[in-house]
Design a protein around this ligand. Sequence first.
Ligand code: SF4
Ligand code: SF4
Ligand code: SF4
Ligand code: FES
Length: 290
Amino acid sequence: MSDDIQCSVEYNGRILHGKTDQPLIDFLAEQGIDLPHVCYHRALGPIQTCDVCWIEHNGEMVRGCTLRTANGMKLVSEAPHIKAAQEEGLDRILAKHELYCSVCEHNTGDCTLHNTVADINPAIQRYKYQRKPYSKDHSNPFYTYDPDQCILCGRCIEACQNVEVNETLSIDFTLDHPRVLWDGGTTIEGSSCVSCGHCVTVCPCNALLEKTMQPDAGPLTSMPERIKRPLIDAVKTLENTLGAPPITAVSVMDMHWRQPEIKRAKTVCTYCGVGCSKPVSQFTGKPSDA
Ligand code: SF4
Ligand code: SF4
Ligand code: SF4
Ligand code: FES
């Protein structure tokens, strides 16, 4: 019923009209405005783990993903202290995630993390990326998990525990290096995972990745690791002198180059009777409408 009630919201001095009692991030998206966010997902609601979506609401700095629209709200996202808080949140995430977007299979246009980095466009990465002492899990036929790229946002946990109610996934924050666990610490293939794929579709980066998108998802992604690794290291060194924005500009260009060769479709999960629909992507290696 509340969908029909309209409201006016002041956003950076502009008056916006739309539905009342709607998640603010969705309301803004419908107006063509992106409030930077990483852990919020329309289907999962506010998880509040990324600390990127800061906004000023009626004079108080809050996480934007927690807000729902109401008539007369006053919002500011452009103030320097808000921008600084958003950037701090993003910087902390990047200490858990190595950015190598132009050689990454996930730079498809659907990478929430890449798109947020491009949006905030930080001048330099301030916190050093910390590698985690785990190897990648390839054991499932459909998807992989790379702990080194996992930002611990919790989206996959929410999808598996509370939407699919399969209760396979958890994160053990008591570990020295927290990571996502399948049934408390087994391989994906040895776990109760039913391969519904929901966790993969909501992961905001390449920590969970469909095997159909690996390894040649873009012009540079299939190069052997012995070439890729020194290239990534060289670009990181370059970032210290050039700053991050020119490197981000290249990865945004690369994302656009790939678009014609990515086929997108919706699939329906047949695991239970609910029949949730999920997006799937496949790299075709040729313009997908050819
Ligand atoms: S997952 Fe996204 S942000 Fe991370 S390297 Fe790949 S494209 Fe870049
Ligand atoms: S694929 Fe489905 S069942 Fe398996 S871990 Fe992901 S959400 Fe859970
Ligand atoms: S695997 Fe993906 S969705 Fe799950 S916590 Fe890590 S980054 Fe988030
Ligand atoms: S989107 Fe609000 S804390 Fe992550």
